[in-house]
Ligand binder design. Structure first.
Ligand SMILES: NC(=O)c1ccc[n+]([C@@H]2O[C@H](COP(=O)([O-])OP(=O)(O)OC[C@H]3O[C@@H](n4cnc5c(N)ncnc54)[C@H](OP(=O)(O)O)[C@@H]3O)[C@@H](O)[C@H]2O)c1
Length: 238
């Protein structure tokens, strides 16, 4: 394992269930963590809880290219390099096709796919310059195996996987690594807006989900975990 102590890490979706727990682990491991999320108040709260200085927080809507550009400027005012980009932002719109509207579909693509593209466009050049870096995305298992009602969500996550696999090919001659983390259900606020009967107590808990990311951040450069699948125990078949 490689230490994360002193590593410069950007966590997007830091205000979310998985993101906020990831921030906690990375900070406790001595990483220099910069956080972003949409909700400014929640972001400030996560920052205070983790003793992250104010200049390492920036609220942004990642679907908006101008705001991603401002995030990039804020980040590089503090750090000169980026060792790891952890993208834990995203939304889940899970509805049968008859109820799924065009705005639902576009919002899913914008948040889960276009925002990931904008983040990579903003932060990959610095990694390329340093010829090293790690990008972790969370397509979730619905980016690998679809389920009924997930047309928009799966489309966005399959798109994310395809995009990252293509970018990986462009990065062959560098030490930049890309990891797709396919997680099954995690007990976070993600499910609160989804009209589906789910057993939250049978899901992966947020600490365990965050530990998977923390583990991935510590992989030595000599190898790459190109993908990891973490499932709740009762769904381990995939
Ligand atoms: N929970 C699961 O079962 C599960 C399973 C597999 C994969 N995943 C994936 O894991 C990631 C994190 O999920 P989670 O469970 O932690 O969800 P969550 O608690 O709902 O958190 C979602 C995060 O995404 C941020 N976000 C949403 N839209 C955004 C936008 N337009 N711009 C910037 N940030 C935005 C939210 O920011 P604000 O709160 O500040 O708006 C929040 O920080 C998502 O990509 C999700 O698809 C989740």
């Amino acid at each position: 394992m490689e230490t994360i102590k002193g590593k410069n890490i950007l966590v997007a979706g830091a205000t979310g269930g998985i993101g906020s727990h990831t921030v906690k682990l990375l900070v406790s491991g001595g990483a220099n963590v910069f956080i972003t999320g949409r909700n400014k108040e929640k972001l400030g709260q996560i920052g205070v809880e983790n003793k992250i200085p104010e200049e390492r927080m920036f609220a942004a809507d990642l679907c908006n290219s101008t705001q991603v550009e401002l995030l990039k400027q804020a980040y590089f005012q503090v750090f000169q390099t980026i060792d790891v980009l952890v993208n834990t932002s995203g939304i889940g719109i899970i509805k049968p096709l008859e109820q799924l509207s065009e705005p639902d579909f576009l919002q899913s693509l914008n948040t889960n796919l276009v925002a990931s593209f904008l983040l990579v466009k903003a932060f990959l050049p610095a990694m390329k310059e340093a010829k090293t870096g790690l990008i972790i995305n969370i397509p979730g298992v619905l980016g690998k195996v679809p389920m009924a009602g997930a047309a928009a969500y799966s489309a966005s996550k399959y798109g994310l996987v395809g995009m990252m696999q293509s970018i990986r090919e462009e990065l062959k001659r560098t030490n930049i690594r890309i990891t797709n983390l396919f997680m099954g259900g995690v007990n976070t606020p993600f499910w609160d807006v989804i009209d589906l009967r789910v057993q939250k107590d049978k899901m992966i808990n947020t600490e365990e989900a965050a530990k998977a990311i923390w583990f991935l951040c510590q992989q030595p450069v000599s190898g790459v975990v190109s993908e990891m699948v973490l499932q709740p125990f009762n769904h381990q078949a995939i």
